[in-house]
Write a protein of this length. Structure first.
Length: 427
């Protein structure tokens, strides 16, 4: 597939002509929200086999071939040119489809309120073919070892129909906030812990969960070893049932990193005990902070490079946001940015007639606009380029795959690029 960035004066017709396809194919594949009002800097994924590359200054056949993992001789043969000829800037080369590796993908889905929105179930159905795991969020542990169940509705049947492993996400949340005291009780009171594990087994059997996923956050640093002991005990218990066990981890860059969100998460121990981890590599740009990329590639890479030094790379799912934020400027502490999906961000840029820019360092798109009240805004979100950069990092570091927070936020280009880059593992 080809990632195309819209330039001034281009239309869907001229873009389709460029790649030998048609407008309807492009519109349907990308669910283009603004077909008659394209935005400069907007990306499109062109559903063709392979891709095209236009020679840039400083390129050689050797450097281009190395970039795409093909021999210079084969690249020359495919394009009907000599392997020794010099290339002119702007010359178009066809790059064949690259060999795809297997990878696993998880999608969290979070019902809110007193009922499950039909659109949320639709999003799970649409994502199901591209997922290994489907993870309703979340079962909340209670202080007596019982569980408060989330709204599940049709999610178990959706998982079954798509051959997804149904993931039982369990959190130490109280009133939707992570509780260190709840964590302390569950990890240190053996009677309650045994009851807790018994309730997990009973509930998992009831609904057909095959992965038990602990998202324990904001634990006391003093409970680091207790958490490790608990995971060993849980692993032994769930192994008897033939289930997987996994954990969610805060994005650390060292074993000695300080902070309430980090110290109780022992990367090395988790890597030894559980089947896989989800590392939450997002929220550098967050709703309560200043405007910036949600998951800039540099900090993401730093976390994952540390992670692979502590645990097998094939146990790591990179966390990835399916959303961005719209901040009102100037940022004032205490204000909250509005979450937007990639599709909503494109529509916002189109309505305000502003170009989308791309930060090469962060590998993320952004734009600025002024609203009807004269207030300035800055929007950071995800597009085909930013997600491809993350997929390239998965391949480079040989990670297990990717985990999405969260389904229900429209990003059709992501699913197109999964298919282009990977064969999704089903279990």
């Amino acid at each position: 597939m080809q990632i195309h960035v819209i330039q001034r004066g281009q239309s869907l017709y001229t873009i389709a002509q460029m790649y030998g396809t048609n407008v309807n194919t492009i519109v349907e594949a990308n669910q283009v929200p603004n077909p008659n009002n394209l935005v400069i800097g907007q990306t499109l994924v062109i559903p063709i086999v392979g891709s095209f590359y236009w020679v840039q200054s400083g390129d050689s056949l050797f450097s281009i071939a190395r970039r795409f993992g093909i021999s210079p001789q084969e690249l020359a043969r495919i394009n009907g040119i000599s392997a020794n000829q010099s290339l002119q800037v702007g010359f178009r080369l066809y790059i064949p489809q690259q060999r795809k590796r297997r990878a696993e993908f998880n999608g969290y889905v979070e019902p809110r309120g007193s009922s499950v929105a039909p659109a949320l179930e639709t999003a799970a159905r649409e994502a199901g073919p591209y997922l290994t795991y489907l993870a309703p969020f979340s079962f909340q542990a209670l202080r007596d070892g019982t569980l408060k169940e989330p709204l599940l509705n049709n999610f178990p049947s959706i998982a079954k129909s798509n051959n997804n492993v149904l993931m039982m996400v369990i959190t130490n949340q109280e009133n939707d906030q992570f509780s260190d005291e709840l964590g302390r009780i569950l990890l240190n009171n053996m009677a309650i812990q045994d009851k807790f594990l018994n309730n997990i087994v009973t509930t998992a059997k009831k609904y057909g969960f095959r992965d038990i996923h602990f998202d324990f956050e904001f634990l006391r640093p003093a409970d680091r070893d207790a958490y490790t002991r608990f995971l060993r005990k849980a692993k032994a218990r769930f192994k008897q049932e033939g289930w997987f066990i996994s954990t969610a981890l805060a994005p650390k860059t060292s074993a000695t990193q300080k902070g309430d969100w980090y110290e109780a998460h022992d990367y090395k121990a988790h890597g030894e005990i559980v089947d896989f981890v989800v590392i939450m590599t997002y929220e550098w740009g967050y709703s309560g902070g200043p405007a910036m990329a949600v998951s800039p590639i540099g900090p993401v890479r730093k976390v994952l490079e540390y992670a692979v030094s502590e645990m097998p790379s094939n146990k790591i799912l990179m966390g990835q946001n399916l959303y961005g934020y719209d901040w009102t400027l100037p940022f004032v502490k205490g204000t909250v940015a509005k979450a937007v999906s990639p599709q909503q961000a494109i529509q916002l840029a189109a309505r305000n007639n502003v170009p989308i820019q791309y930060d090469e360092k962060a590998q993320a798109p952004f734009f600025n606009y002024t609203d009807s009240d004269g207030k300035r805004h800055e929007v950071w979100f995800e597009d085909a380029r930013s997600i491809q950069a993350k997929f390239d990092l998965i391949k480079e570091l040989r990670l297990r795959g990717m985990s999405y927070w969260k389904l229900g936020l429209s990003f059709p280009q992501n699913w197109l690029l999964i298919v282009d880059n990977f064969n999704v593992t089903k279990k």
